[in-house]
Each structure stands twice: as structure tokens, then as C-alpha cells.
Design a protein around this ligand. Structure first.
Ligand code: ADP
Length: 487
């Protein structure tokens, strides 16, 4: 089985969110199942090289987008500590920029061209390498034109090898669809026949994700609950009808996490280590975190942590109004995040009024994210919606009990604490309301006052298995099914 996984970001090379973690970890688990999996991503200038700098394998691919002609080169490296090849598709004019998708909060205006280029170049790369996958696994709108092209671009449809390739389109977040003006159909040189209401068209404009949803052979998303939710108007972001039409082809597969990277017993970012068998190091992590963030070093005060894009999705509209009441309690709060300017300034301002009790770090800092997962007591994730969510999975592993809303992957991974605390791994709020958040927090604080029960719950959470092995097998079965249909 040969699979090419395409993603606009892959950890540890370039990352803005959970998609990169998935694209960096799933292939490692697929490889262990014997799949010949390879990865391709754009060759951004921001890429952090891990190990060897890659070598050029294809010096020149010509890519036409409408009237414009671009050149790609392909360099090949490997995912760290593996023999999984990763191809970087290079074009300095398109990818050597300060951001991946945007700068100063503004999307690059040529994003449709940048990612259409990536899609086309990735397909022609297959021909250049002479390595033809059975399945191309596409992720999010940046790669959604691959199924569209394979089913409609005259040169690709006629190619005897390319026409046999099956495509899986995975949705990591319905909120980002790649919507562009109608003119891009011509600018990208797409077959005009795909621009209609049953194709790429969406209310007079181009919806790239819709193209993926319509033209891919199979669809998946990152949790079973989100797979159901996105077929409803409340979560489908306007494409729920398209998804209902394809319900038979849509699977929900929960993301796993990379336990080599996120393991409190070995984590290289931590000042001390711990495990479910021996939790002692967690207290040292908490103390070091309090010192690092300028919080009072108090062992017994529950430390709430939040690591998040600062976006309405993540629950800030109910968290911010609840903060005055939360901060009247005997708790500490540490927030790490970047995002919307108004959220950033509100958080910074509240933290300033609560020195020693609340700390806000407005940057992207992977090491600090690890130290916060380890040093915190309670992880806040009151998301409005959450396709899968990774931070609650990291929190479970680090014994930092998650407070989540019952939605998407949060519903599939955090078990609500029983009234007598005999089972459960976290604190679950039902409705997206400030009162519900405060109620769930009170439940957490009550449990915190009972150290024995708290510890038992931590151990239960830490022993949950969210490794990739199980989910990778589900993907492998899906690829087999698709390739079987191909044969
Ligand atoms: P999403 O993909 O919606 O942003 P996820 O929970 O699926 O949310 O994944 C977010 C990933 O990005 C996690 O690995 C998280 O630790 C990381 N992350 C988010 N914000 C920051 C930040 N400011 N600094 C470091 N890591 C962050």
C-alpha cells in the first residue's frame, strides 16, 4: 500500500496548530503498519531543519496556473527519527514569507495561487518520482484541489497512472474553507466545468473545501462526534448539506498523540519527570512553572492553565466574562496563546490587575506549552466547537485534569467525572454558557480539596491510551478499502 499524505504544515518543520501534529505523527504510525507512506508540504523559508538538510530530488517541475507559469523544485528529507520520506515543494516567490498563511492578521492575497500551485506540483511530482501512490490523503482546504484536479484536469484525467489514484479528504476544521472570488477558476486554470453548485461553487464564489468534499473518493474528520456534528447546520459552517449527501463516505477517526514527544516521564522540556506510578515530579514542575511565570509559589493553590489559539472557537467569549469571578477564588491562572488582538489585550490587562495570580504569555512557545501541561492542575478548554483537540489529550497524559465542553473530539476523549468521583477523567460542561463553565470549575475545585480522589482521577486520566496505533489502523483499513475499490 502506497500513500502520499499532503499537508500545508507538518510538525516539527512548520506548525500553526493541530494539523501539523497529525501530519507529523500519523505517518510514523502508518509506517509501523507496513504502509509505504510519504509526506509532502510546501518548502517554507520558516522551516526548522531537524537533522539533515534535504537534498534535491527533482530540480524542475513546470506548473501552469492559468496564464501564469511557475517552477517547482522538490527536495527530500525524512520525518525525524524515522525513514518516512518528506518532500518539500519549493518556490521561493510563493513560500519564502514570514508566515505560513498570513502576516499581521491578514491572509496573503495569493493564497489560492500558492496552494493550487502546491496541489498541482504535488501531482506532477508523482510522475517525476515514478512513485505512484494508491491513495493521496489530503488535509484541509489547502490540499482540497487535488481531488478536483484528478477528476477534472484534462491532462491528469487522461494520464493512465494518475487516473487510478484514489483520494481521501480529511477535515481538520470546518471553519476554514478557503473561500475565494470566482475569478480564481480562470486564474488557477481549473476546468470551468467544475464551477457549478454541485461542484466548487458556493453562492457565487469558489469554496475550495467544498471541492474536496464533492470530488474526493472518501472523506474523514478527526473525531466521531465531529463527524456527526458537521452534518448539522450548527456545526457545518454552510456545508452541512454537502456532508449529509456524502454521509456514507464520511468517517470520524479520533486523532492520536505522539507519546515520544508528549510523555511526562521523558519530556526534555521539563525540569522534573513523573508518571502515573510516581507523580512526585509534578509538584516540582508546578513550582518551576510558577517561578517561570512570576506566579506565587504556592503548592496547594490549584493552577489553571490554558494553551490555545485565541479565537472564538476556543471558548474565550464565555471565559473572559467569567474571569473576574474565577479570580476571586483561591486559584492561579496561566494562559499561553496568540490570536485575536482584542482577546490578547483583554487577557493582558486582566493579568496586569492580578499580579502573582494570573500570567499571560502572548506568543507561540512549544517548550512552555510542555511545561504548562506538566505544571498545571486543571486544563481549561471550554471550546464552542472542537474537531478533535489535542491539548486535552496531552493534559490527560500529564495528569492535568481537563475542563471541557461536550463537543467534537472533547466529547470523545474526556469522560465526565462521576458524582462520587469513582470514574471519569475530567470536568465536562454541556451548554456553551458562562454559568456552565463556572459550575464545572467548581466541581474541579471541590475534587482538588480531596487529594486522594484527585490523585486517583489523575492516575486514571494518565493511563488512558490515545496513542496513534489504534487510529492509524483505522486509516489503514480505509486506504485498503479505497485501493480495493480501485482494483
Ligand atoms: P487547533 O489545531 O484548533 O489550534 P489543537 O488542540 O488541535 O487546536 O492543537 C493545537 C496545538 O497547537 C497543540 O499542539 C498546542 O499545544 C499547540 N499550541 C497552540 N497555541 C500554542 C502556543 N501559543 N504556544 C505553543 N503551542 C501552542
Amino acid at each position: 500500500m502506497k500513500v502520499l499524505l499532503l499537508s500545508s504544515e507538518v510538525a516539527p518543520f512548520a506548525k500553526t496548530g493541530g494539523l501539523a501534529d497529525v501530519a507529523g505523527a500519523l505517518p510514523l504510525a502508518l509506517k509501523k503498519l507496513g504502509i509505504d507512506v510519504r509526506v509532502a508540504m510546501p518548502g517554507y523559508s520558516a522551516i526548522q531543519w531537524h537533522g539533515e538538510v534535504p537534498e534535491i530530488v527533482l530540480p524542475r517541475i513546470d506548473v501552469a496556473l492559468g496564464q501564469d507559469h511557475f517552477r517547482a523544485s522538490v527536495t527530500q528529507g525524512q520525518l525525524p527519527q524515522s525513514d518516512v520520506p518528506i518532500y518539500f515543494i519549493n518556490n521561493p516567490g510563493l513560500f519564502h514569507r514570514d508566515g505560513l498563511y498570513q502576516e499581521n492578521g491578514r491572509d496573503y492575497v495569493d493564497n489560492p495561487h500558492r496552494f493550487a500551485f502546491f496541489c498541482k506540483a504535488a501531482i506532477w511530482m508523482i510522475k517525476g518520482l515514478g512513485w505512484v501512490p494508491d491513495v493521496i490523503h489530503c488535509n484541509d482546504w489547502q490540499t482540497a484541489l487535488v481531488p478536483v484536479l484528478l477528476k477534472s484536469d484534462p491532462a491528469m484525467v487522461q494520464d493512465p497512472e494518475l487516473r487510478k489514484i484514489k483520494t481521501l479528504f480529511s477535515i481538520h476544521n470546518m471553519a476554514y474553507q478557503g473561500n475565494f472570488w470566482q475569478e480564481v477558476v480562470a486564474e488557477l486554470g481549473l476546468n470551468p466545468a467544475v464551477y457549478h453548485p454541485e461542484g466548487l461553487e458556493y453562492y457565487g464564489a469558489v469554496n475550495t473545501m467544498k471541492g474536496g468534499l464533492v470530488f474526493a473518493d472518501k472523506l474523514s474528520t478527526v473525531s466521531p462526534t465531529y463527524a456527526r456534528e458537521i452534518q448539522t447546520p450548527a456545526f457545518g459552517c454552510g456545508l452541512d448539506g454537502v456532508l449529509r449527501n456524502r454521509a456514507q463516505d464520511l468517517s470520524g477517526i479520533l486523532n492520536g498523540i505522539n507519546y515520544d514527544e508528549w510523555n511526562p516521564a521523558t519530556d526534555k522540556h521539563l525540569p522534573a519527570h513523573f508518571s502515573a506510578e510516581d507523580l512526585r515530579g509534578k509538584a516540582a514542575c508546578k513550582r518551576a512553572l510558577q517561578e517561570e511565570l512570576g506566579l506565587k509559589t504556592a503548592a496547594d493553590v490549584p493552577l489553571l492553565v490554558m494553551i490555545s489559539r485565541l479565537d472564538p472557537q476556543k471558548g474565550l467569549d464565555i471565559l473572559l466574562p467569567a474571569l473576574p469571578e474565577i479570580l476571586q477564588k483561591d486559584v492561579q491562572l496561566a494562559v499561553l496563546g496568540t490570536g485575536r488582538a482584542d482577546y490578547e489585550s483583554m487577557l493582558a490587562e486582566i493579568a496586569q490587575r492580578h499580579p502573582g495570580q494570573m500570567a499571560v504569555t502572548l506568543k507561540f512557545d512549544n517548550g512552555l506549552a510542555h511545561r504548562m501541561e506538566a505544571g498545571g492542575d486543571i486544563f481549561l478548554m471550554p471550546s464552542h466547537f472542537e474537531p478533535c483537540g489535542l491539548n486535552q489529550l496531552y493534559s490527560l497524559r500529564y495528569g492535568t485534569l481537563p475542563l471541557v465542553r461536550r463537543t467534537g473530539g472533547l466529547a470523545d476523549s474526556v469522560e465526565a467525572l462521576a458524582p462520587d468521583a469513582r470514574w471519569g477523567t475530567g470536568f465536562v460542561m454541556e451548554e456553551y454558557l458562562e454559568e456552565e463553565l463556572l459550575k464545572a470549575l467548581q466541581q474541579a475545585l471541590n475534587l482538588y480539596k480531596m487529594p486522594d480522589l484527585w490523585k486517583k482521577t489523575q492516575v486514571r486520566a494518565m493511563n488512558k491510551d490515545f496513542s496513534w496505533a489504534k487510529s492509524a489502523q483505522v486509516y489503514a483499513d480505509l486506504y485498503e478499502e479505497m485501493a480495493g475499490a480501485r482494483a
